[in-house]
Ligand binder design. Structure first.
Ligand code: NDP
Ligand code: OXD
Length: 308
């Protein structure tokens, strides 16, 4: 019952040491050419090898190295194998930091001040008190909830939208299409932290932007496929949206001549909002392996029907 990890050497070494120390009975391998494919029961990877089912016929669990699993071609997964996404404190803390940074920057109108600085103009822009600023998150999962928790001390009016109803202390919770419309109408800064599924593809489109109040801003940290980039540019150009932080694009890398690079109301980062941290991810994976070996459900088990 080998655990095969396909990733870059530094990350693999951290996992190898953690497995040797905490789970010595589970053989750990990282070189696919040196392992008996029949023995591979657990596979951890980001990019999924071709012909997975034929290559590793006894696969039971596929662990994604990352939180998202939209990179996976579901048709390649052997029918008996389950998919587990990454939930670990290092990645969550990076996302929390990025969301707090961008919400504060948008709240204090940093993109507009950067533009004034470029023009050497000393101008005081209007401001809003934090307790009058409405900040909403699309997606009340691991990362959406952690981000909202980190925003609480600033006193913003917080809201979140999910598929199923939620009851989260200090957060107005919405679900379903009607809930989304209501939340958008009451949102000044919108954060996208959804998984990319058939239902959420291109959810950030012209219609959604038009439902936000004039002057609202966006933090796009989900997946490039969530957003119609032309619609964002149009909403910024008409002034309907004030500014956007964009961390994920379609395609990635974003072509050098794409207008998002140089738009004065956009702060663009190259999909760096969060990354898996090797030591905490190894701990989380070992905890999950213990659950699996005890016949229990691992944390982050993907529901194939929901698609996340
Ligand atoms: P989770 O699975 O924990 O949470 C997903 C949330 O989205 C849940 O609250 C879920 O609702 C909600 N949701 C899913 N589909 C819908 C829908 N159709 N309508 C309404 N709500 C929906 O995911 P994480 O928080 O761990 O991660 C979220 C995403 O963040 C990842 O999938 C990835 O796209 C992105 N990400 C980006 C990174 C970056 O560097 N930019 C790094 C890591 C992740 P419910 O609770 O009802 O199930
Ligand atoms: C992830 C990512 O999904 O880095 O983990 O985007």
């Amino acid at each position: 019952m080998t655990f095969l990890m396909l990733s870059y050497p530094e990350r693999v070494e951290v996992f190898r040491r953690a497995f040797a120390h905490d789970l010595p009975d589970v053989p750990f391998a990282s070189d696919a050419t040196q392992v008996d494919p029949q023995s591979v029961r657990y596979l951890m990877t980001w990019a999924f090898p071709d012909n997975l089912a034929e290559r590793y016929p006894n696969l039971e669990i596929i662990f994604s190295v990352g939180a998202g699993i939209d990179q996976v071609d579901r048709t390649s997964i052997p029918p008996q194998a389950k998919l587990v996404r990454m939930i670990e404190s290092g990645l969550t803390s990076l996302m929390r930091d990025y969301v707090v940074m961008s919400v504060l920057a948008l709240h204090r109108r940093l993109p507009a001040y950067l533009e004034l600085q470029r023009r050497h103009e000393w101008v005081n822009l209007e401001f809003t008190w934090a307790d009058q600023r409405r900040v909403s998150v699309l997606g009340l999962g691991e990362l959406g909830r952690a981000s909202l928790d980190a925003l609480k001390p600033f006193g913003f009016q917080l809201a979140g939208w999910s598929r199923s109803p939620k009851n989260v202390e200090g957060i107005r919770s919405y679900h379903g299409p009607e809930g989304l419309r209501t939340m958008l109408a009451e949102t000044d800064i919108l954060i996208c932290l959804l998984p990319l599924t058939q239902e959420t593809r291109h959810i950030l489109n012209a219609e959604l932007f038009s439902q936000l109040p004039r002057g609202a801003s966006l933090v796009q940290v989900g997946r490039g496929g969530h957003m119609d980039q032309e619609a964002l540019l149009a909403a910024l150009d008409t002034g309907h949206l004030e500014a956007a932080f964009v961390d994920v694009t379609d395609p990635e890398p974003l072509p050098a001549d794409h207008p998002l690079w140089s738009h004065p109301k956009v702060i663009l980062t190259p999909h760096v909002a969060a990354h898996t941290r090797p030591d905490t991810a190894a701990e989380a994976t070992i905890a999950n392996m213990r659950l699996i070996l005890a016949g229990k459900e691992p944390n982050g088990l993907v529901d194939p029907q929901r698609g996340y």
